[in-house]
Design a binder for this molecule. Structure first.
Ligand code: MG
Length: 166
């Protein structure tokens, strides 16, 4: 099944209060690698850290849902940002991490969105979980080799197809 994101932005910071109000969104399930931080990095870009803080001040709920096995890094980054996180591998495109995240945030699916850089994990999981989906450009091109060679190529084909639709 081919999935399309509901929205596309260049960077997480473009998902601002105006956007969230317009689409009646109260909670964001957020991918980690290449969405909030560079792949395998420990340092959060300043503008992204500031944006997360601003969203939290505005009462937006955030929960990191990552397909990671590096749980110490996940916890450290989530604690640094002060956001919820699914404490385990989110299993995207499965929905377990997203559904647990919704319940942690106390936000119903119709008022939540999944934000991530990969169609076949993040966007597919969001679509299956019944939340809105927002595709971001990957922060860096440095990525898991399998993702880079296989998924990215397929994604580009799918997205090119999406662009050419009337
Ligand atoms: Mg990612």
């Amino acid at each position: 099944m081919i999935v399309y994101p509901d929205f596309k932005v260049r960077r997480f910071t473009e998902i601002d209060q105006t956007f969230l109000q317009t689409h009646d969104l109260q909670g964001l399930l957020v991918d980690l690698d290449n969405t909030l931080v560079a792949w395998h990095a420990m340092d959060i870009p300043d503008d992204i850290a500031r944006h997360v803080a601003a969203l939290r001040r505005d009462g937006i709920q955030l929960c990191i849902t990552s397909n990671t096995y590096n749980f110490n890094r996940l916890r450290t980054l989530a604690d640094t940002l002060g956001v919820h996180f699914y404490d385990g591998n989110a299993g995207k495109p499965g929905t377990r991490g997203l559904l647990a995240g919704l319940s942690q945030m106390g936000v119903p699916p119709q008022r939540a969105a999944m934000v991530g850089d990969q169609l076949f994990t993040d966007i597919k999981a969001g679509s299956r979980a019944g939340v809105k989906t927002i595709l971001v450009n990957p922060l860096t091109s440095r990525d898991f080799i399998g993702t880079k060679l296989v998924s990215r190529t397929l994604e580009n084909l799918v997205l090119r197809g999406a662009h050419s639709r009337p």
